[in-house]
Design a protein around this ligand. Structure first.
Ligand code: CUA
Length: 316
């Protein structure tokens, strides 16, 4: 197709073809484009031509009596009918291929939330706003949403799928070109919709393997992940002992009763700790009236958050 950029760079009507589906989608698109163009020329051209040809030339000109023409009427219905059936069957075939992921596909979990994309690999490797995949390998994305409807779209791969809260949807493709390709959210999901972007990095199989090896949390249990997160982000304000630093010491915190400034008490369970990390000022404990801690909302991954909770459970 003339508008397709075979060479990856440049400024063309369509983005580069970088997956197994790209060419077949573009070919069908091309067929629709050209058949619409030809139909348009035939109909509008015929209309203009006949308007001039049968224009009333004298005041006494009268339209001849025209009975119906069975053959003509059959053809102008039947030919479009055949074209539509061809488009349907052709589109169905591509759709069917897109819905039938190979069994050995590399599975990656994708979660959309306002307003970024998170990716989780089987190994536990987690990335945000970008993910890395090997070239010429079937990839299956298993997708969900934490909040509202989003839509995962990789134009260069010609694949798109809504992600829906409370439901899993999936998408598969084989990347056929190395390089970085854009991911867009294509379902309006609020203020940050237009910035809900990600990058997919297609690399050689060897480069993918070594990238996967670099997983900072590879082989760690959840509480070990939490320990790492603690060492990086919590240690400045919290001791692992029960001694108060800026915030409370972590030892013995899990499951304890916290006295709140409003006089009530709350048990430090998963929900309380999670809230205290994401929304630290929702419940203020006696002795910690000053709102020192800032929210870690969006700063820690779900895995890191769960890791911290699991780590706290181990601190007796
Ligand atoms: Cu997410 Cu638009």
């Amino acid at each position: 197709m003339f508008w397709v950029n075979k060479a990856h760079a440049g400024n063309t009507f369509m983005p580069p073809q970088a997956s197994n589906f790209a060419e077949s989608v573009d070919t069908l698109y091309g067929f629709l484009y050209y058949s619409s163009l030809i139909s348009c020329i035939l109909v509008i051209g015929g209309l203009v031509y006949f308007a001039f040809k049968y224009k009333r030339k004298t005041a006494s000109d009268k339209t001849a009596y025209i009975p119906h023409n069975a053959l003509l009427e059959f053809l102008w219905s039947f030919i479009p009918f055949v074209i539509f059936l061809v488009v349907f069957a052709w589109g169905w075939k591509i759709f069917y291929d897109m819905r039938s992921a190979p069994k050995d596909a590399l599975e990656i979990h994708v979660v959309g939330q306002k307003w970024n994309w998170d990716f989780v690999y089987k190994s536990g490797r987690k990335t945000s706003s970008e993910f890395t995949i090997p070239i010429n390998t079937p990839i299956k994305l298993i997708m969900g949403s934490r909040d509202v409807l989003h839509s995962f779209f990789v134009p260069s791969f010609r694949v798109k799928q809504d992600v829906i809260p409370g439901r899993y949807t999936s998408l598969w493709f084989t990347a056929t070109k190395e390089g970085n390709f854009n991911v867009f959210c294509t379902e309006y999901c609020g203020t940050g919709h237009s910035t809900m972007l990600a990058k997919v990095k297609v690399v050689s199989k060897a480069a993918y393997e070594s990238w996967l090896e670099n997983n900072p949390y590879k082989g760690l249990t959840l509480s070990e992940v939490g320990q790492k997160v603690y060492a990086g982000r919590c240690i400045a304000c919290h001791n692992v002992t029960n001694v108060k630093k800026i915030g409370p010491g972590f030892a013995g915190l899990w499951g304890s009763e916290r006295k709140l400034t409003d006089g009530s008490t709350v048990v430090a369970d998963e929900a309380y700790i999670r809230e205290s990390i994401l929304n630290p000022n929702a419940k203020k404990s006696v002795g910690y009236e000053e709102a020192v801690m800032t929210s870690f909302q969006g700063q820690v991954s779900e895995e890191e958050l769960t890791g911290v909770i699991e780590y706290l459970k181990t601190l007796k």
